[in-house]
Design a protein around this ligand. Structure first.
Ligand SMILES: [Fe+2]
Ligand SMILES: [Fe+2]
Length: 406
């Protein structure tokens, strides 16, 4: 491992050996990803040199990435506890993909106006001021009616969804995908040979699950006219679908009987950001640029800039659209899962978001890996050695599932 002079240390470098203060009272352990604070502390210890990992020669041979790409990955982890086993494994997975996965670029939107933050509308006003967000697709409202009527039958639900051929085609492709067969197997159900009708799809997933999935998928086309300089929509949905896939894998591993809602929660978890990009592009552009320049989480900058964040706005939108309450709560609390009345679902989305931002293609505007919340990972009930298989499974299906939504 290379020895580096203290003057050469950069945030994101990883300690290859423990470093200890001269009085022995303080120690940074091997594997710590150095932050500015760590570097200041090490310089204060007056060490001459310390050992760091060479970014282009990580411990795992599969993480052999060019130095620039590896540094770009490491710079997204700088704020995380570098000695945590989950973070170490996640970073290893991210480094293994560093040469193929281009981290989302810092946004320099044309919409940026340096003195923009004045006059951000209240969240209610943002949601009610757009006719597209207020008037939902016909099929959405019909499915919602079916869902809220306890006497609804499978045939009625299938008939309502079947009125929208494009939605029907997407749902059948999704239910027939290799990913569904795989997650059904993980959760202990028997995957069918093929699902050729909506009635069979409802029987397989259950009325509630297929209807929730149909509602989630049916709102996607509402967000077509977003300024391209704020967000790349393809990347946005790639990230959302990636979170949905990881969340569904995690819920299937937990034996949850209705993993569909996790997929939909993943699909919609950052929808508040799309509303912000669509409704207030100037101020959103300013928040994106400010987050990139200051190296802070976009969600934190959103709170400062707007007085609320995309998770709150997304939860409010789902409440307005009368999605099931658990879904609304999950979206609302996905950055703060332990504050929820029932933390499990937001915790799964929180973990899935962290996994997807670190290792999968796509992005919703956030460059940094989300904060590590140990309780959320405990609820997800996975251990660090489980991560490679979970990432590989989501990754192998991401492109195919994204193509279904195109
Ligand atoms: Fe988010
Ligand atoms: Fe996200």
């Amino acid at each position: 491992m290379p020895l580096r002079s203290l003057a050469d240390l950069q945030p994101g470098m990883v300690l290859a050996a423990d470093a200890e203060s001269p009085d022995g009272n303080h120690r940074l352990t091997s594997g710590t990803s150095l932050t500015e604070t760590h570097i200041r502390m090490l310089r204060g210890w007056h060490l001459r040199e310390i050992e760091v990992e060479a970014p282009h020669q990580p411990q795992d041979a599969s993480t052999d990435a060019p130095e620039d790409a590896a540094q770009a990955v490491l710079s997204r982890f700088v704020h995380l506890p570098g000695d945590n086993p989950f973070v170490i494994e996640l970073r290893r997975q991210a480094l293994a993909r560093a040469d193929t996965r281009v981290p989302p670029k810092a946004c320099r939107p044309a919409h940026r106006k340096p003195d923009a933050p004045a006059g951000v509308p209240a969240p209610e006003k943002i949601l009610t001021g757009d006719p597209v967000l207020v008037s939902l697709p016909e099929v959405f409202m019909r499915i919602r009616e079916v869902l809220s009527d306890p006497s609804s039958t499978i045939e009625e639900a299938a008939a309502v969804i079947g009125k929208d051929p494009s939605l029907t085609a997407k749902l059948l492709k999704l239910v027939n995908s290799a990913f569904y067969a795989r997650t059904l197997r993980v959760s202990g159900s028997l995957p069918p040979a093929s699902v050729d009708t909506l009635t069979r799809a409802v029987m397989l997933l259950g009325l509630n699950q297929l209807s929730t999935l149909a509602m989630g998928v049916s709102v996607l086309p509402l967000f077509r006219d977003i300024p391209a300089d704020c967000v790349d929509l393809r990347q946005f949905w790639q990230h959302s679908i990636g979170v949905g896939l990881v969340a569904k894998i995690l819920s299937a591993r937990l034996g949850d009987p209705s993993p569909e809602r996790y997929f939909v929660a993943g699909l919609l978890h950052d929808i508040g950001r799309l509303v912000l990009y669509k409704r207030i592009p100037d101020v959103s552009g300013e928040a994106l640029a400010r987050a990139a320049e200051s190296g802070r989480h976009l969600v934190v900058v959103e709170r400062e800039t707007f007085g609320f964040d995309h998770a709150t706005l997304g939860g409010m939108l789902l409440r307005k659209w009368r999605f099931p309450e658990s879904l609304e709560q999950t979206v609302w609390r996905h950055h703060d899962p332990m504050a929820a009345d029932v933390p499990l679902e937001p915790a799964i989305i929180n973990v899935a978001d962290m996994v997807a931002v670190a290792t999968l293609a796509g992005g919703s505007g956030e460059r940094l890996i989300p904060e590590f919340i140990p309780e959320a990972w405990r609820l997800a009930a996975i251990s660090p050695p489980d991560l490679p298989e979970i990432v590989a499974m989501a990754e192998s299906h991401l492109e195919v599932v994204c193509a279904m939504f195109a």
